[in-house]
Design a protein around this ligand. Structure first.
Ligand SMILES: [Zn+2]
Length: 960
């Protein structure tokens, strides 16, 4: 075997000498007839040499890989067999092996072959039918496979365990781990020794001449023996070998160098945050991209994504290509002339356009209509995107340009909006660690990447738990028809079977309200609240702990006392103390109210001959009974009046009266047959596209949300928003009308309020468009919009009976509105408990060592009433753990409610719910303004004063 080449940096004088001597002999070959003649004769043997080497090496490499895998097997017999083979073969010289194979093994194989085929009635073959050429190849294969096996084994074992664990944590399958992590690195380590073995084999193939195989050595021997010109013959022979081996050796070094320094592994490395050069896309990928609908211009109605053309396999190549485009755009910014607002800040906001184009349809589909492929893509994309955004904020050249602009901002003649965008952009860089250097900068990047991976896993575990649990519904005692129908529909969708209860809120909540079977309620409730804490692979408890400690580390690296301090800096609330003060102001009245309610409910339960204390799975059941008794309202009687289609019309109608919006259905391909789309106009001018995706299905994540596939902006032209409202309402059986609970109808109005924030947006820069505002401000438009559902004239018009078309009877309407504050103690307690746990998880300098224990302590401290549990316990608290969005920010719903109560109060004080002046103020200062000013400023302009919690307590019926 050749030793591994030394890494030396000397000038290769040896190569000059070789070239000089080689050149001399080449010249002789060209000019001297004798040399020419020898070369001609020998050249016939070269092909045999090349053939023997290539075939032998390919077979040996295949066998070697098999042996290497055997030697890492879990089974001792397999391991030891590989070991035995390797040791024996390596101990025998190649020439002995050749003779042994040729004259012992080969005849043995012939005999064995004849014995087998003889029993089948075939004629025997003769020894000489087994050519010496193949005997030689087999011998070389056996000999080299043992050496190559060792090369492979060392290469595979050199990959650190940590990397494989990291890949496991990313959720990569074993095959993808091998392909993306182990193989590329092992290959780079294996290549040099493997190449050396190949060169050695070129030389060792000369040994086949002892068997009389006419390779180049044998040809040389024959020539020399025939013409007696040993000097010339062996010179030519040596020259041929040297040409082959030195040529290979140089080629091999180039390849190694290439693998180390260049980017042919770019497409693999990019997944782990490396840079990718545009030229490393192969022609195949380029061809694929030309037909990829995510990379072409969209000739669709309103430039909606062409969902009918988009296939799952389009996403990954489109994202790869979009990242290249985006990176090229960033590089161009950094290479540009002196920084200006246009060539830096505006260019930066345009750089992401190709990414948004590829990702916005993907995220819409991954959230609302997922499948295993999309889940896997999600796992792949999240570290890529997090790496990309870290790369931008870690780009020192880019940050230097922003700093230059920031330091000269007073001389730049910026508009208010531009000044705000510059401030936010710079703050974003600083908060991402742009001012950090060295270890701290590297560590921060690692922490962020890991957090993004953990967040994705948290969501997926939750989805898996939600999807896997269901309970066959055998006993329907007490259940209203709509629930039985929905349970049938869920069973149909699941596996075509009978009715089932799933963990979808729209099924489980009414089940808990109505089922007479206390044991089944307990079973369902425990399953519902155990999401993410069921042990095994989908358990989220350890993930939560890791997420909290990484967040604390992140805040400390950036110089904040706690993650809550870091997080709240950009919020309207600004400090943890302000949040705590707000929550505790609400907590005590809510708890007192809930405790009084608990006594009433427990007494009702004892009347039912159920003993013991009131349990969490009893609350909704007795609360519903009490509601029916005291407010003469039951959900089942109410439900036929709340038709989905009519409630959508109601939401549209209110926005028409307030802001003049009109809605026309659009016929465009969407990502799921249940989606509907409308063209939103005002005075004939296109304002936005609104998409409603209302029904629950197993491919949809739970909850309700509003997302934008495109946000309004003017920098890249007059771009209008494309907004989606996603809900999880129970789908009616075919042919029947979809009915909502009052809660569902509120959700519909809530999400539509978010949609208005996007659709009415009127700013130049995407960074501050629509819902891009402080987290504790973003729920103001949505929660405020819920108030219009409570306006009696709205319900009188739109709450009509599904079968008769009759409007809701006045007394039912009154009791429904009267019941709106019913059980507010309960819902406020379950909410505030979650918000407190979220805040305290993040408010300490160190993260809690055991979040579950910390959660118990916090609840103990605030005196959580026994029959109520947190609305979201830690293992399924997706708001807080699925991403950073609501971490130490869950309080913001209540913060916004303080404002929405106060803001709606403003309408009532000034001409009523549809007062045009107030509507105008709302649009100008809040709905169209996005993040163009600080939230507190915007609110002051709208209302003329800051709100306090009094209106909230009154609104919740907790004012005492
Ligand atoms: Zn919301």
């Amino acid at each position: 075997m050749m030793p591994a080449p030394q890494q030396n940096k000397d000038f290769p004088y040896w190569l000059l000498i070789v070239l000089a001597v080689g050149g001399y002999f080449f010249w002789r070959v060209l000019t001297d007839d004798l040399y020419t003649q020898v070369l001609q004769t020998l050249s016939k043997g070269i092909w045999i040499t090349v053939f023997v080497t290539l075939v032998g090496f390919t077979l040996a490499a295949t066998m070697g890989l098999g042996l290497a895998l055997m030697s890492t097997s879990r089974f001792i017999v397999v391991r030891q067999t590989a070991r035995l083979y390797t040791e024996i073969v390596r101990g025998v010289p190649i020439i002995v092996l050749l003779l042994y194979v040729a004259f012992v093994l080969a005849p043995g194989m012939v005999a064995l072959f004849n014995w087998i085929t003889g029993t089948l009635g075939f004629d025997p073959i003769r020894n000489r039918d087994f050519s010496l050429l193949w005997r030689a190849i087999i011998a070389l294969t056996i000999g080299y496979s043992a050496f190559i096996a060792e090369v492979f084994r060392a290469g595979l074992q050199s990959i650190e365990k940590g990397q494989i664990e990291a890949a496991e944590a990313l959720g990569l399958s074993p095959w993808r781990r091998f392909r993306h992590i182990v193989f590329p690195q092992a290959f780079r380590r294996i290549l040099p020794p493997l190449g050396n073995d190949f060169i050695a084999m070129v030389k060792d193939s000369s040994l086949v001449s002892v068997l009389g195989v006419l390779d180049v050595t044998q040809a040389g021997k024959i020539t020399a023996a025939g013409n007696f010109r040993y000097f010339e013959s062996y010179n030519v022979l040596a020259l041929i070998y040297l040409t082959m081996t030195i040529g290979l050796s140089l080629g091999l070094r180039r390849l190694e160098h290439h693998l180390r320094e260049k980017t042919i592994w770019g497409l693999v490395r990019i997944r782990w945050g490396g840079r990718l050069r545009p030229d490393c896309i192969g022609s195949t990928q380029r061809r694929l991209l030309m037909t990829n609908p995510l990379r072409t211009s969209w000739d669709t109605p309103f430039e909606l994504p062409p969902f009918d053309l988009i296939e799952d396999e389009h996403f990954a190549p489109a994202l790869d290509a979009a990242l290249i485009d985006a990176r090229a755009a960033i590089a161009a910014i950094c290479d540009g002339s002196d920084p200006t607002f246009a060539n830096t800040i505006e260019a930066l906001s345009l750089a992401d356009a190709p990414l948004e184009k590829a990702l916005s349809p993907f995220f819409a589909m991954a959230g609302a209509d997922s499948n295993p492929v999309r889940e896997e893509l999600m796992r792949d994309f999240s570290p890529m995107l997090s790496a990309y955004s870290s790369e931008i904020t870690a780009n020192t050249a880019l940050f230097a340009r922003i700093e230059t602009l920031w330091n000269t901002r007073d001389d730049l003649d910026l508009t208010d909006e531009q000044a705000r965008v510059l401030l936010l952009t710079r703050r974003n860089f600083v908060r991402s660690g742009a001012q950090l250097e060295g270890f701290a900068a590297d560590r921060l990047a690692d922490v962020k990447q890991r957090l993004s991976v953990l967040g994705t896993r948290f969501t997926q575990n939750l989805l898996a738990d939600e999807r896997s649990w269901f309970m066959p519904l055998d006993d329907v005692a007490g259940l209203p028809d709509f629930l039985i129908a929905a349970a049938k529909s869920a069973g149909q969708e699941k596996d075509g079977g009978g009715p089932i209860v799933t963990l979808s809120r729209s099924l489980i909540v009414p089940f808990l309200q109505f089922s007479l079977r206390r044991d089944l309620r307990e079973k369902a409730y425990e399953a519902w609240t155990a999401r993410g804490a069921n042990g095994g692979e989908t358990d989220n408890r350890a993930l939560a702990g890791e997420i909290l400690s990484l967040r604390a580390e992140r805040a400390n690296l950036l110089g904040y006392d706690s993650f809550a301090d870091y997080k709240l800096e950009t919020q309207m609330a600004k400090t943890p103390d302000a949040v705590r003060a707000l929550l505790m102001q609400v907590w005590e009245p809510a708890k007192a109210s809930a405790e009084a309610d608990a006594l009433v409910l427990q007494a009702m339960m004892h009347n039912d001959n159920e003993s013991g204390p009131l349990e969490p799975w009893d609350w909704r059941y007795y609360s519903e009974k009490r509601r029916a008794a005291e407010h003469d309202l039951n959900e089942a009687e109410l439900k036929p009046y709340l038709q989905l289609d009519r409630m959508i019309e109601a939401a549209f109608s209110c926005s028409n009266r307030l802001f003049g919006l009109e809605f026309t259905p659009i016929d465009a391909p969407l990502y799921h047959a249940d989606c509907r789309a409308w063209d939103v106009t005002r005075d004939g001018k296109h304002m936005a596209v609104f998409i409603g995706d209302y029904f629950a299905r197993s491919s949809k994540r739970s909850g309700a949300w509003c997302s934008a596939m495109r946000s309004q902006q003017k920098l890249a032209g007059d771009i209008r928003a494309q907004v989606i409202n996603v809900c999880n309402f129970a789908k009616p059986p075919t042919g029947q009308k979809a009915l909502l609970s009052y809660d569902d109808a509120r959700t519909l109005f809530h999400e539509f309020g978010h949609a208005l924030h996007q659709m009415l947006s009127d700013v130049t820069y995407e960074l501050i468009s629509g819902t891009s505002v402080a987290r504790d401000f973003v729920e103001l438009p949505s929660q405020l919009y819920e108030h219009w559902l409570e306006v009696p004239e709205v319900l009188e018009e739109f709450a009509t009976h599904a079968d008769t078309g009759e409007p809701m009877p006045r007394d039912l309407l009154d009791s429904m509105l009267g019941a709106a504050t019913y059980d507010m103690g309960f819902s406020t307690v379950e909410y505030v408990a979650s918000a407190m746990v979220d805040l305290e998880f993040h408010a300490g300098e160190d993260a809690p060592a055991d979040p579950m224990q910390k959660q118990a302590e916090i609840l103990e401290d605030i005196g959580m009433p026994r029959p109520i549990r947190m609305r979201h316990a830690t293992p399924h608290f997706a708001h807080v753990f699925a991403g950073d969005g609501y971490s130490s920010g869950y309080y913001s719903y209540m913060w916004s409610e303080v404002m929405d109560a106060d803001a709606f109060q403003a309408f009532e004080e000034n001409g009523g719910p549809f007062d045009p002046d107030m509507a105008k103020k709302l649009e100008t200062h809040i709905l169209s303004a996005g993040g163009s000013e600080d939230a507190a400023e915007l609110y002051l302009k709208f209302r003329g004063a800051m709100p306090d919690a009094t209106a909230l307590l009154k609104g919740r019926g907790l004012a005492g």
